[in-house]
Design a protein. Structure first.
Ligand SMILES: Cc1cc2nc3c(=O)[nH]c(=O)nc-3n(C[C@H](O)[C@H](O)[C@H](O)COP(=O)(O)OP(=O)(O)OC[C@H]3O[C@@H](n4cnc5c(N)ncnc54)[C@H](O)[C@@H]3O)c2cc1C
Length: 387
């Protein structure tokens, strides 16, 4: 039977980054198991690619402070592009309550070393005259926020890892996990649709399907799939392509330049958890209403419904990921529940998981904040800046 030092289940961007970080620390006998015939068929290939450090909790900001500079130097480090475009994120507030929230976040972000600034309503009106900004009271802008190409980042991580020792198995689903404890450590036998593998360390990197993998070792993981839909416009040149990701805090509508058009996003509050990956054509009218309300020239955009798509967020009860070793099944690690931020936090996740697996600790974050035990111990942390 094949033996690996570390088995990663799933081969999206999170596993790819963990594989890269493990191998670059000298842990080369890493096996990544993916059930699909190609990488990127899970959430990673559906992502909007936004990367930002403008969060409200310190731990999310810290993860971005590692990840965004990593993306900025991705090609230098890995010899592969990730198409990082630092066009910024602009949050637009229409109420004093939202402005107070941005101000509180700003203070925390600046104290942590982020180059972010508060902007006035007039500055936004002058900068982006095509926004309907009569009700905008101000906002916050960070110029190192921006976008990456998630697919390219994922393949960059995995190509580097496999070129330097890791192995990627495609077309093999993990179907079960047997575990037994001996005196040194836990040992696992991972059953797949082809050959089994034995290992002492497993990382659950199964994205929206993470709960089913955790179930295989008897753990109830609070990660739920939630559909998110994105609508690309046809080529459109009536709004500047140098624009940042613009977030309308009054509705949650946000958009960014993509190719020769724009990518429109809005999280429908009526969406309910479940494995729904079909695009609902009724969503187009809902999103266009919000889009044209904030950007009147979007009345003229053309949409081809066949190019719109849906994917799954992997939601946890406190919208923060679950990272680290299971307290009940030693050797079984989680890298799950990114709640819409798995692309932007993949570099930090790779570093944290590789640190925890290889040395039992990390100095990137206080790992206890994101461990699985926080739910049982009532230590959930709430992030309100979820898009
Ligand atoms: C519409 C949309 C927009 C988004 N926008 C952003 C954004 O702007 N910025 C951001 O940071 N994040 C965004 N996200 C979230 C981000 O895409 C995810 O958090 C991230 O891709 C999770 O990566 P992953 O590797 O954990 O999961 P995935 O990419 O889903 O990979 C998991 C893999 O596990 C495999 N798998 C599952 N079960 C098994 C099994 N039994 N055996 C073997 N393999 C298995 C799957 O096939 C899959 O390939 C968005 C998500 C969606 C849906």
């Amino acid at each position: 039977m094949r033996t690996a030092d570390v088995v990663l289940i799933g081969a999206g961007i999170v596993a790819s980054s963990i594989a890269y970080h493990l191998v670059s620390c000298g842990c080369k006998n890493v096996l990544v198991i993916e059930r699909e015939s190609a990488q990127g068929k899970g959430s990673t290939g559906k992502s909007m690619g936004g990367v930002r450090a403008q969060f409200s909790t310190s731990v999310n900001i810290q993860m971005s402070l590692y990840s965004i500079p990593f993306y900025a130097s991705f090609e230098e480090r890995l010899g592969h592009p990730c198409d990082y475009r630092p066009q910024g994120y602009l949050f637009c507030a229409t109420t004093e309550k939202h402005m107070a929230y941005l101000r509180a976040n700003y203070e925390k972000q600046v104290a942590m070393g982020l180059n972010v600034r508060l902007v006035s309503g007039d500055e936004i009106r002058n900068w982006l005259p095509l926004l309907r900004a009569d009700d905008i009271v101000g906002g916050s802008f960070c110029s190192t926020d921006g976008f990456v190409d998630p697919y390219s980042a994922m393949t960059g991580f995995m190509t580097w890892a496999t070129d330097h020792g890791a192995t990627l198995w495609k077309n093999r689903a993990v179907t079960g996990i047997k575990h037994s404890r001996n005196e040194q450590a836990a040992a696992f036998e991972v059953a797949t649709t082809r050959d089994p593998v034995s290992t002492r360390t497993i990382v659950n990197c199964a994205g929206p399907w993470a709960a089913s993998i955790a179930k295989m070792v008897g753990i109830d993981l609070p990660v739920e799939p939630l559909r998110r839909m994105l609508v690309p416009t046809e080529p459109f040149d009536q709004f500047p392509h140098t624009a940042p990701m613009i977030v309308d805090m009054s509705t949650g509508f946000h958009f960014r330049p993509e190719s020769r058009g724009f990518l429109l996003a809005w999280n429908d509050p009526e969406e309910t958890p479940g494995y729904k990956t079909d695009f609902d054509p009724g969503f187009i009218e809902k999103i266009l209403t919000r889009a044209a309300d904030r950007v009147p020239v979007f009345e003229n955009v053309e949409i081809n419904p066949k190019r719109a798509w849906a994917g799954l967020y992997e939601m946890t009860p406190d919208h923060h990921p679950i990272l680290g070793e299971s307290p009940d099944v030693p050797g079984f690690f989680f890298a799950n529940g990114f709640s819409g931020h798995g692309v932007m936090h993949a570099p930090a996740t790779g570093k944290i998981l590789s640190d925890l697996i290889l040395t039992g600790k990390t100095d990137l974050i206080d790992a206890s904040l994101l461990n699985f035990s926080r739910f049982a111990e009532g230590r959930m942390i709430h992030e309100t800046a979820v898009l």
